[in-house]
Design a protein around this ligand. Structure first.
Ligand code: MF3
Ligand code: CO
Ligand code: CO
Length: 291
């Protein structure tokens, strides 16, 4: 999802207002989001040196069929974009987001973001993770640290979520943490409301000032999905109309969860057996997995 004026007009439904989910909607979102997370669980052991991103896409498509979901990305065509050709996005090394699966062979030391959005009974679940190809020991210290800090940056944003907090608080928490670690935050793309549409209001910027922007209220569901660059924050779009890369070709990482605002805080919806534990700084009471 994107916010830069030049990009924004091209995305879907920029004027739609925020939807607040009732108990039935929340229950439907819990299911869609768990299934989206389970696609990543399924793919995890398959994402290794020698597989192509296109093969990952095909395996994911088969798995979605089995679990009774539909990919939200295949054929997805916001205003002015060509239809997206993948069942998921595969963003390798200096690719920031929206990488198209194809004949790219994964090799030891690569870092890959896999972003999966599924539709279950009309409801959307959206999440992504980073994968260290060949395992931790195969990757550079710099690549591992970028992935780790980006994961923690996402959780710095999640931690802030509760009624009365504002979207600017989330962006501020992410930005200050990422920049304190020497990294930059991509500004052109952001998190987004989600429900019976892929991209709803509000836009969830990953930078900002405390106390600004929309106030969070129970029943809101949105993604937090920071894209963090090792080098400069500038990006460019490739000629395929989708792939976004860092302008300086520095490494970029991203993690994404879909999050519900509860009466007392938050519930992360995109959790499953294979989800990575929250960082140690996250209070355990706040992260109880939905029953
Ligand atoms: N899943 C992405 C997001 O987090 C959007 C991908 S759109 C696609 O918002 F068309 F590139 F797949
Ligand atoms: Co998203
Ligand atoms: Co996504």
């Amino acid at each position: 999802m994107c916010n830069d004026a030049q990009f924004r007009t091209r995305w879907d439904n920029p004027l739609m207002s925020i939807t607040y989910k009732d108990e039935a909607g929340v229950e439907a979102m819990r299911l869609a989001c768990r299934l989206a997370s389970e696609v990543l669980d399924y793919l995890t052991p398959l994402i290794r040196p020698g597989i192509t991103t296109g093969e990952i896409d095909r395996l994911a498509a088969d798995y979605m069929k089995q679990q009774g979901t539909v990919s939200a990305t295949i054929g997805y065509q916001p205003n002015g974009y060509p239809p997206f050709p993948g069942h998921l996005c595969t963003s390798l090394n200096h690719v920031v987001c929206h990488g198209i699966p194809g004949d790219k062979l994964l090799k030891k030391g690569d870092i890959l973001n896999v972003d999966v959005t599924v539709i279950k009974d009309g409801w959307y679940g959206d999440n992504s993770r980073m994968f260290l190809i060949g395992g931790e020991s195969a990757c550079s210290v710099a690549a591992r640290r970028l992935c780790q800090v980006t994961y923690e940056a996402m959780w710095k944003g999640i931690e802030v979520v509760r009624p009365g907090a504002r979207l600017g608080d989330i962006g501020h928490a992410i930005q200050t943490f990422a920049e304190a670690n020497g990294y930059t935050v991509v500004r052109e793309f952001c998190g987004h409301g989600i429900g019976q549409r892929f991209h709803e209001e509000p836009q969830v910027l990953h930078y900002g000032r405390p106390g600004t922007m929309e106030e969070l209220k129970p029943g809101m569901i949105f993604t937090i999905e920071p894209m963090i660059n090792a080098g400069k924050r500038d990006i460019k779009e490739l000629g395929d109309g989708w792939t976004i890369v860092t302008r300086d070709r520095s490494l970029s990482a991203q993690w994404e969860h879909t999050v519900l605002v509860t009466p007392t805080g938050y519930e992360v919806l995109t959790l499953s057996a294979g989800s990575l534990a929250p960082p140690a700084f996250v209070k355990a009471s706040a992260t109880a997995v939905a029953a």
